[in-house]
Write a protein that binds this ligand. Structure first.
Ligand code: ATP
Ligand code: MG
Length: 246
C-alpha cells in the first residue's frame, strides 16, 4: 500500500526540492481526553505543478485536517512537507503567513465571508493583506465577481445572497490574488447541481490556465472532475483507481 502512492512518479524521478509539493510520512494527532487521536496516518503525497487532484473521503476521515496542513494553516505533528522547494517546518510564522496570502487560495467548507462587508469588499480582502493598491484591488475584485457570474450582486452583503452565491463570492475571493495553488474544501457542498457544474467548469478553466488545484470532497461525482483522485479513509491515504468504479 505504502509504496503504491508514489508509483505514478517513479518514471520521472525529480529531486524533492524540484517538485511542487511533497509530503512524506505526515502524521497528525489531536488530544482527545487523556489520549491522542491519530487523525492523519503516514500520509505520502506528491503533486506536480499544474495538477488537478481530488481528495475523496467520508465525513471525519481527515480531509479538512489535511487541507489545513497543505495550506500552511496548521502543522503536522510529524513528517516532512516540502512546498515549492521549501521545508515547511523550517519556516517562520511570517514566512508561512506570506505563503498563505500570496500563494494559496482557500475555499473553505463553509464560505466564511465577513458579514459586514459587501461581496466586493470580501473579494478584495486578500489583496489588502498582499498590499495591492485600492484601485487595483477594486478592479481585480470586479473582474473575479464577473467571472463567477455575480456582476449584479457586487454590493450585496452575504445575508442578501443565496448559499450558492455566497460560495461563488468565496471562490472569487480565493482566486483574486491569482494563487498558484487553489485549495477547495467541498466547494460544491452547498450548491445545487447546476451551480455545482458551473463551479466545476470554472475549476477546469483555471486548471487549464496553469493553477494547481486540490479539491476535497465526499462526492465521487465531483471528484471525477479532477484528473487524479486520492482516497482518504480513517486518516489513511491511498491512490485512487478510476473514479467511476469506486
Ligand atoms: N481541532 C481538533 N481537535 C480535536 N479533534 C479534531 C480537531 N479537528 C478535527 N478533529 C477530528 O479529526 C477528525 C477529522 O476531522 P476533519 O475535519 O479533518 O474531517 P473531514 O474529513 O474534513 O470531515 P467532513 O467531511 O465532515 O468535513 C474528526 O474525527 C474530528 O473530530
Ligand atoms: Mg471537512
Amino acid at each position: 500500500m505504502g509504496l503504491f502512492h508514489r508509483k505514478a512518479f517513479v518514471e520521472e524521478p525529480a529531486a524533492v526540492e524540484n517538485r511542487f509539493f511533497h509530503m512524506e510520512n505526515i502524521n497528525k494527532f489531536y488530544p482527545m481526553g487523556e489520549e491522542q487521536a491519530h487523525i492523519l496516518k503516514d500520509i505520502n503525497l506528491d503533486i506536480r505543478e499544474g495538477e488537478y487532484l481530488s481528495v475523496l473521503g467520508p465525513s471525519g476521515s481527515g480531509k479538512s485536517t489535511l487541507m489545513n496542513i497543505i495550506g500552511c494553516l496548521d502543522v503536522a505533528t510529524s513528517g516532512r512537507y516540502v512546498l515549492h522547494g521549501r521545508e515547511i517546518e523550517d519556516l517562520t510564522e511570517t514566512e508561512l503567513a506570506r505563503i498563505r496570502s500570496r500563494e494559496v487560495g482557500f475555499i473553505f467548507q463553509n464560505s466564511q465571508l465577513l458579514a459586514r462587508l459587501t461581496a466586493r469588499k470580501n473579494v478584495e480582502l486578500p489583496l489588502i493583506y498582499a498590499g495591492v493598491s485600492p484601485r487595483e484591488r477594486s478592479r481585480r475584485a470586479e473582474e473575479m465577481l464577473v467571472r463567477v457570474g455575480l456582476s449584479d450582486r457586487m454590493d450585496h452583503h452575504p445575508n442578501q445572497l443565496s448559499g450558492g452565491q455566497q460560495q461563488r463570492v468565496a471562490i472569487a475571493r480565493a482566486l483574486v490574488g491569482n494563487p498558484t495553488l487553489l485549495l477547495a474544501d467541498e466547494p460544491t457542498g452547498a450548491l445545487d447541481q447546476k451551480t455545482g457544474r458551473q463551479v466545476m467548469a470554472l475549476f477546469q478553466e483555471l486548471n487549464a490556465e496553469g493553477h494547481t488545484i486540490i479539491m476535497i470532497t465526499h462526492d465521487m461525482n465531483i471528484a471525477a472532475f479532477a484528473h487524479r483522485v486520492v482516497h482518504i479513509i480513517d486518516g489513511e491515504l491511498t491512490e485512487g483507481g478510476g473514479t467511476n468504479d469506486a
